[in-house]
Design a binder for this molecule. Structure first.
Ligand SMILES: C[S@@+](CC[C@H](N)C(=O)[O-])C[C@H]1O[C@@H](n2cnc3c(N)ncnc32)[C@H](O)[C@@H]1O
Length: 286
């Protein structure tokens, strides 16, 4: 049988074009751009392809197997060392862009993304803001494994624009000399609390890195509280005049966050996702 006949059968069996292309490239050892060429398909190739299709079916997270996830219109390299970028996080990026392009003066402002994972947030924000740019931009991450993935994406999209650093929250930039007096900070930190672990989707628990998802905490907000404390310290130590912090929260976490932000006398604004649930907080007045 010819290659196209197999492709027709696989489409008929319900496989997507992306899955078929990826499997064909893997078994034939070719690049995607070479797929249109004629290739001999042996019975060994077909056996290998079937094994891969079984794997695809059992993995459930197609992005990990295909090693790519689309976020804000760009393909990011992903594997099991990072969280698969979520549509929810695109809400965070679009809120940031609206604020940064319309309401905030970004002159003399540096940008820091905390818990960067695949680096999908800083890459998207920085490329979408072009030609406007920050003085300096940092992507911070605690996991060395995740940093290896982030560096691939930064290298691909914005090698000279984003500095990647190992860091526990803001510790990695704490001793930098910020001559600019304004900071924009984004964070999508782990926010699944202890009790929710059992209710997670099985494919998420099995495939995605624990460190990216679970706060190992009572209220989930502990990590963000620590980040907020560090923002106050940054402001004091570096005499920062303005800090604009954007964070993503879980759907049941409005109350606990609101109470804390009020206690700290911060100004804040909640933003809803397309399901009308508050998922992003913009925090100022540190
Ligand atoms: C929910 S994932 C989000 C990844 C990426 N920002 C995104 O939106 O797809 C959280 C990330 O924060 C990192 N992380 C967890 N604790 C951290 C800490 N204390 N400091 C810095 N990064 C941390 C994890 O390794 C993980 O990559």
């Amino acid at each position: 049988m010819k290659k196209q006949e197999y492709i027709d059968i696989w489409i008929w069996a319900g496989l997507s074009i992306a899955q078929i292309e990826w499997v064909l490239c893997s078994i034939l050892g070719i690049w995607k751009k070479e797929l249109f060429l004629q290739h001999e398909i042996s019975s060994k190739h077909i056996y290998d392809a079937q094994q891969m299709f079984f794997k695809l079916a059992s993995w459930e997270s197609e992005e990990y197997l295909l090693e790519t996830a689309n976020f804000y219109g760009r393909d990011f390299y992903v594997d099991q060392r990072v969280l698969i970028p979520r549509n929810d996080t695109e809400v965070l990026v679009s809120i940031m862009l609206k604020k940064l392009l319309r309401d905030i003066d970004i002159k003399n402002m540096s940008y820091i993304d905390v818990g960067t994972g695949s680096a999908c947030i800083p890459v998207s924000v920085i490329l979408e803001m072009h030609p406007l740019k920050f003085e300096q931009s940092f992507a911070l991450e605690i996991s060395q494994d995740a940093m290896d993935v982030a560096s691939e994406n930064i290298e691909k999209y914005a090698p000279w624009k984003i500095e990647l650093r190992e860091s526990n929250l803001l510790s990695g930039v704490f001793h930098d000399n910020f001559s600019e007096k304004k900071l924009c900070i984004s964070a999508n930190l782990p926010y699944i609390k202890d009790g929710d672990y059992a209710n997670m989707d099985a494919s998420v628990v099995r495939n995605e890195p624990n460190r990216a998802l679970y706060g190992w905490a009572q209220t989930w907000f502990e990590l963000y509280k620590e980040l907020i404390k560090q923002c106050f310290q940054m402001k004091q130590v570096h005499k920062i005049e303005e800090i604009h912090l954007f964070i993503e929260i879980w759907f049941d976490q409005k109350q606990v966050s609101q109470r804390y932000l009020q206690e700290m006398w911060l100004s804040f604004e909640y933003f809803k996702d397309s399901s009308n649930i508050e998922r992003v907080i913009y925090i100022t007045n540190f």
